[in-house]
Design a protein around this ligand. Structure first.
Ligand code: ADP
Length: 722
């Protein structure tokens, strides 16, 4: 019996090894591995038809067969179009002829895109089988040897189409129904927890990102930074959290109106868990708040309404920018050089009592405006209700606007926002992927929604954890019958973002990156926006240059001083203990006070207990959904600010906090020296050398003993295009 068991075990092992080898050798997915071949065929057909959309045609979703002929025709049309396009661009002045400003590395390289898609065999082959571009048999020795990077796409949901296209361009290997062996990359459609059983590789979602980017949590995180750095964080509108700040909101508005009766400010109310403009409305008086009229008090954010946005063609618009957080530790941020601009469909007028309810005038959400009769679907990237951001910049540049300044302000906004989010993200990360335990590393594409004011100042509206990566839009041809129409603008932008995110997460590339870059990069004084030269970062040859630009740690020098809250979070994590919780218990808080030597004759341990109870109770009321008891990071930050203010009364808040940090870090460092050295895996980035650039997280948090699978407290947000 035991012999039999042993034999089965060995056979199983052999099968696994064979499977792994076969997987490594295969260039394409084998039919056996992909039972969804029809979907592949449908996908190819869809792709071809997306090309046909360039000629103004569209296709019903139900047509998945019999497109072979059409496909050839379309491929030819595309080749012609490509040739025409490249010919016509030769020798012409970029500014005078191209409606799109070439921001380097965008995905707008039709020729390269076509070739890399794998849909069009554009490499001319000689009779001996050599290809002009790729040498013998069209492959270099190096690429033959290199194992294709494996991507599990089984949970990709609405990103699937763009993801498949990206994987093809990279000639990587897709596992559409998952894989028994580990994959290099797991692409999730919603959250880190889409698949709970990942112990290695990289996942495209961070634990806690959905929670952190809910409107209330984002407002809280930014507000903490606004307290410390009011000037630096004035890109986020003044916000009140409802219902807890209803009184404060009412009082402040009344005082404002009393001070000047001609003032007629407008406010925008956004439900906490809403997206795509759902439930959003404008008010001019606190009495009009709908959140308090029903029996149930809904959680929401109410915000100053930006009354003077920049208009183009008399329409309000916003910008969706894609931002890659490649790693939390060290912090690495990339911004896509191309984004989308979503337009309102009714000419803008400053808010008045009459037009407050005109959503097509005030809200730029795609999901709302697409239902307006005025919505224009366009095949051009520079016209219609959804355009590329570069086409907007081109328009502005032609009017003499300093678009480099606009870009650098946007980059600063993005870096500062991510810096505000990082402390709490680290708490989530440690709870889910404790140091020393097997687990994947994470990265994530975020969707930043930004409004440009008339004076060109960028304003942060919100950040989406799951920006829509759809490259088709739904069109209802008759009641209940939908057609999926390719959207060239979406494809243009989104495929580039996904493909280049994958390139940056390529395990081989990451290794190269982390060994050649100790994380510090070459921090620059000023943000320099290049619009011409290529940024290849040692990437694979035949692909377009990266459409993602590294902004951090590149600009570390300029922004590092903002990372104060991260240092408070490091102390919080240290005392969180080994229970896998995200809340500090009373004993741990006492230990913090004692170890940091914060108690003295005027602040006893009893006072520390009272402080703990006081603050924790209040925060428990503010976080009604929470199932965990104890002190959350935001509450700890509040306690820290309080202790800092007590101890360093004479100083301004920021100096108070910095002074207390020094006291705490000094005391804890002394204790760390006397502690036994612990092995601590940098679980947000496998490269220990690169921790040089991380925030001064002086203390490694204790390894947690068990893995926590916290149920999602929130209903996952839909992928949001807005
Ligand atoms: P959602 O997640 O529901 O899309 P947003 O915060 O993005 O919520 O707001 C929806 C739209 O409302 C934005 O796209 C923008 O057009 C408009 N908007 C949001 N906040 C403001 C603001 N403070 N001032 C002016 N317009 C705003």
């Amino acid at each position: 019996m035991s012999d039999h068991y042993e034999r089965v075990k060995i056979e199983l092992q052999q099968m696994k090894e064979e499977e792994a080898e076969a997987a490594a050798d295969e260039e394409q997915l084998s039919p056996a591995a992909v039972p969804s071949i029809p979907a592949e065929v449908a996908f190819m057909a869809r792709r071809d038809l997306s090309r046909s959309s360039i000629n103004g045609r569209s296709r019903s979703k139900s047509r998945s067969k019999g497109d072979g002929h059409e496909r050839q025709v379309n491929v030819k049309e595309l080749a012609d179009l490509t040739a025409q396009k490249s010919n016509s661009s030769q020798g012409q002045s970029r500014v005078s002829n191209d409606p799109n400003l070439h921001i380097k590395g965008t995905a707008r390289l039709l020729k390269a895109k076509t070739a890399a898609n794998g849909h069009v065999e554009s490499c001319p082959r000689h009779t001996d089988g050599k290809c002009e571009h790729h040498g013998k048999e069209g492959e270099s020795k190096a690429s033959k040897k290199r194992r294709a990077v494996t991507v599990d796409t089984s949970k990709a949901k609405t990103s699937l189409e763009a993801l498949k296209m990206s994987i093809r361009q990279l000639k990587w290997k897709e596992f559409p129904i998952g894989r028994r062996a580990a994959c290099d990359i797991y692409w999730h459609g919603v959250s880190f927890h889409d698949n709970e059983n990942i112990v290695s590789g990289q996942v495209n979602k961070f634990p806690g990102m959905i929670e952190m980017l809910r409107k209330i949590n984002l407002s809280r995180a930014v507000r903490t930074m606004q307290e410390l750095f009011p000037e630096e964080y004035n890109f986020y509108p003044r916000s009140w959290i409802l219902p807890e700040e209803y009184q404060l909101f009412s009082t402040q508005i009344r005082l404002l109106k009393d001070s000047d009766s001609t003032l007629k400010p407008t406010y925008i109310v956004k439900p906490d868990s809403g997206s795509q403009g759902d439930g959003i409305y404008l008010i001019r008086d606190p009495a009009d708040l709908r959140v308090i009229s029903g029996a149930q008090i809904k959680q929401a954010v109410v915000q100053d309404y930006i009354q003077k946005p920049l208009l183009i063609d008399k329409l309000k618009f916003d910008i969706r920018l894609y931002v890659l957080v490649r790693s939390l530790e060290p912090l690495e941020i990339y911004i896509a050089k191309e984004g989308l601009s979503r337009f309102c469909t009714e000419p803008y007028q400053e808010p008045s009592q009459k037009n407050l309810s005109h959503v097509f005038m005030h809200l730029t959400n795609y999901s709302l405006n697409v239902h307006s009769g005025n919505f224009v679907h366009s095949d051009s990237c520079s016209t219609g209700s959804k355009r590329t951001f570069s086409s907007i910049l081109y328009r502005l540049a032609s009017k003499g606007v300093d678009i480099k300044k606009v870009w650098s302000d946007i980059i600063a906004l993005v870096i500062k926002t991510v810096i505000a989010l990082v402390p709490e993200l680290k708490v989530y990360y440690q709870a889910d992927i404790p140091p020393g335990k097997p687990g994947p590393t994470c990265f994530q594409i975020l969707g930043f929604d930004i409004l440009l004011m008339k004076n060109l100042k960028p304003i942060l509206l919100e950040v989406n954890a799951n920006p829509s990566m759809r490259i088709e839009h739904e069109h209802e041809v008759s009641p209940g019958v939908f057609e999926y129409v390719p959207s060239p603008v979406d494809e243009e932008v989104k495929v580039g973002v996904i493909r280049d995110t994958l390139r940056l997460m390529d395990p081989a590339q990451r290794k190269q990156h982390t060994t050649s870059n100790t994380g510090g990069g070459s921090p620059e004084e000023a943000i320099v926006v290049e619009t011409g030269s290529d940024e290849k970062e040692g990437m694979a040859d035949s692909l377009p240059s990266l459409c993602l630009k590294q902004v951090f740690p590149k600009y570390t020098k300029q922004f590092h001083y903002l990372r104060i809250v991260e240092r408070i979070a490091a102390i919080f994590l240290r005392f969180l203990g080994v229970k896998g919780t995200m809340r500090l218990g009373p004993t741990s808080f006492r230990t913090f006070i004692r170890n940091c030597k914060l108690s003295n004759s005027s602040f006893s341990m009893a006072s520390a207990d009272i402080l703990y109870i006081d603050i924790t109770r209040r925060w428990a009321g503010m976080l009604p959904d929470s199932r965990e008891a104890g002190m959350c990071l935001q509450a700890f930050i509040e306690a820290f600010f309080y202790l800092a203010a007590r101890r360093f009364k004479a100083l301004p808040l920021r100096e108070q906090v910095l002074s207390l940090l020094e006291v705490c870090e000094g005391a804890l460092e002394g204790q760390s020296h006397s502690e036994k050295p612990r092995t601590h895996r940098s679980h947000t980035n496998p490269n220990p050398a690169s921790s040089q650039t991380s925030a001064p997280t002086t203390f490694s948090s204790p390894a947690l003993t068990r893995r926590r699978h916290r149920p999602l407290q929130l209903s996952a947000k839909a992928n949001t295009e807005n």
